[in-house]
Design a protein around this ligand. Sequence first.
Ligand SMILES: CC(C)(COP(=O)(O)OP(=O)(O)OC[C@H]1O[C@@H](n2cnc3c(N)ncnc32)[C@H](O)[C@@H]1OP(=O)(O)O)[C@@H](O)C(=O)NCCC(=O)NCCS
Length: 226
Amino acid sequence: MSFDNFGNPREIMKDTPYNIIPLHHRPELINQCCKLLNSEWRRSDKARLISLSSSCDKFPTSLILLDNDKVIGHCKISLIPSIDDCCVIESFMISRENRSQGLGSILLRGVEQYVAKRGIKQVLLTTRDQEGFYRKNGYSISEPLNLYTLMEYMNSINDIDKEKEINLIKNIIIENNKNNNNNNERRKEIQKNAFSGAPTPPPLPNFIEKKRQYESPYTYMCKKLS
Ligand SMILES: CC(C)(COP(=O)(O)OP(=O)(O)OC[C@H]1O[C@@H](n2cnc3c(N)ncnc32)[C@H](O)[C@@H]1OP(=O)(O)O)[C@@H](O)C(=O)NCCC(=O)NCCS
């Protein structure tokens, strides 16, 4: 299939069996969509169906790529209230048997056109291993969302990603606390020795109070829509 990356998917998809529509316009396809997503990211059907049933015209919106009546692609679009004119996309996928035919790029283009028509100027996303695909589609690496927007972001991502991100932050906090406790114990020991007449202990090693940054395994990417 040949297509212009910056063209109109609907035009491109004219005379093809493909179509991009909001899931809630075809609610009877929700189970198919659930199966498709669970074939990539395992999650209970119940939780998945609850999440998919939140799709609406005012965001969050699940856009699906159809081959006739078969759901072969999905993307969830959510707003970030603290950043004007911005949206986050997640759960972006093409069914395994339909990959590497340009359909992922067509769905992405469809998503961009859908949100641009609704006043969105920038699309954000996080990815673990699909940076190359998004780069090919005009996305570039962006700064991680700051802590304020992280809270909003956490509310918008799926539960599996949320759990991973929360565990990561917890581990950083636990390790920081451990370092602080070790340092405090050592300080107490030195102070005790200083007032007990005991010989002066060797100089305090340089405590490396690591200022840990929030290091996410995810790559944050964005694209400004023209
Ligand atoms: C990522 C995904 C949606 C891509 O869909 P696709 O239909 O295979 O992508 P396309 O065929 O449109 O690929 C477009 C271009 O990107 C390239 N590309 C695709 N995946 C890539 C990757 N991981 N790294 C580098 N380049 C990649 C393709 O080679 C193609 O380049 P070309 O135009 O020069 O031939 C699909 O692989 C998928 O569903 N993966 C599993 C779910 C997932 O990881 N989703 C992303 C969550 S952030």
